[in-house]
Design a protein around this ligand. Structure first.
Ligand code: PEP
Ligand code: MN
Length: 334
């Protein structure tokens, strides 16, 4: 249920109503917009007399929300959420470029890539330290050492860092990581979602290989139900019958998600296509359809990358792409 308050409602009256609603056993989320205040009620709202609430002077309208996702629902929070990482903002018109190698391999590699992507305008540095690989015989990431090397690259460039956590037990190692990534394969690892929900730092949640939009939103809901409201959604391609590309990039979810949720939505064209030459067109398309950012794999020596070399851009190609993305945003009026 959502309760929309009249514009001029006094804070004291509003708080009295919130107190009364909480006494009915529901949780109340307050979304204070420029023009209206929306109270989002979560829990068993059956006991609440909708007509009584609607009759109050301060109440503009009351609506029943039947969607199973509440905290991330745009009906609960009409304004875009802007996730902030230091000076970097994502969402609400703020576009963010996240770039870096699939995996952190050594200090020289991560620092060199960090320097070049920063020079091209990237605002966040990505790099996997714990790698979810299909084969147990493939490179599994440098783990804690990889996170330390990422921090060195942050120190050298000032770029905040994004890295994937795969297990609840590893979370303490991520204390000093700026954005925690939940990878596609863990999108429905509910224990992990609940744990990152207890944190108060941004979480980049990737859509699972075979998950629906609703399932993605329910996973975001797990994180937000714990009180962590800083969630960034990421479309990274889904599995379909066609195996010509690594995955099928479902770009339509960008406008769909913008309608359903207030959370920022970014696109990862690297994992979506698996092919470096397809990253550019898909990145430009994502910028054109209003994505709030891009996550792009960049490697200084893709031929010898320990993971995902085939989809990694050379720094100079990322540089060209960053300029084109900017141009696309300008022509589409952003
Ligand atoms: C990644 O971004 O490093 C990654 C493994 O991506 P995904 O979870 O989308 O496969
Ligand atoms: Mn990768």
């Amino acid at each position: 249920m959502i309760v929309i308050l009249k514009h001029n409602t006094q804070e004291e009256k509003r708080n009295q109503l919130i107190g009364w609603l909480k006494n009915q056993g529901v949780d109340v989320h307050i979304s204070q917009g420029e023009y209206q205040t929306v109270l989002g009620l979560i829990g068993d709202t059956a006991k609440i007399d909708k007509d009584l609430v609607a009759s109050l002077d301060m109440v503009d309208s009351v609506k029943i929300v039947t969607d199973p996702f509440k905290c991330c629902n745009r009906k609960f929070h009409p304004d875009d959420t802007i996730v902030e990482i230091g000076d970097v903002k994502i969402g609400g018109g703020n576009f963010c470029m996240i770039a870096g190698p699939c995996s952190v391999e050594n200090e020289e590699q991560i620092v060199a890539v960090a320097r070049s992507v920063k020079a091209s305008g990237a605002q966040l540095l990505r790099g996997g330290a714990f790698k979810p690989r299909t084969s147990p015989y493939d490179f599994q990431g440098l783990k804690a050492t990889g996170l330390e090397l990422l921090k060195i690259a942050r120190e050298e460039t000032g770029l905040p860092i994004v890295s994937e956590v795969m297990a609840v037990n590893d979370l303490p190692l991520f204390d000093d990581v700026d954005v925690i990534q939940i990878g596609a394969r863990n999108m429905q690892n509910f224990d992990l979602l609940r744990e990152v929900g207890k944190l108060r730092k941004p979480v980049l949640l990737k859509r699972g290989l075979a998950n629906t939009v609703k399932e993605l939103l329910m996973s975001a809901e797990y994180i937000m139900a714990g009180g962590n409201e800083q969630v960034i959604l990421c479309e990274r391609g889904i599995r379909t019958f066609d195996d010509y590309t690594r995955n099928t990039l479902d770009l339509a979810v960008v406008p769909v998600l913008h309608e359903l949720t207030h959370l920022p939505v970014i696109v990862d064209p690297s994992h979506a296509t698996g092919v470096a030459k397809l990253v550019r067109p898909m990145a430009l398309a994502a910028a054109a359809c209003d994505a709030d950012g891009l996550m792009i794999e960049v490697h200084n020596d893709p031929m010898h990358a320990l993971c995902d070399g085939a989809q990694s851009l050379l720094p100079e190609d990322f540089d060209k792409l960053a300029k084109e993305v900017k141009a696309v945003r300008e022509v589409t009026g952003k």
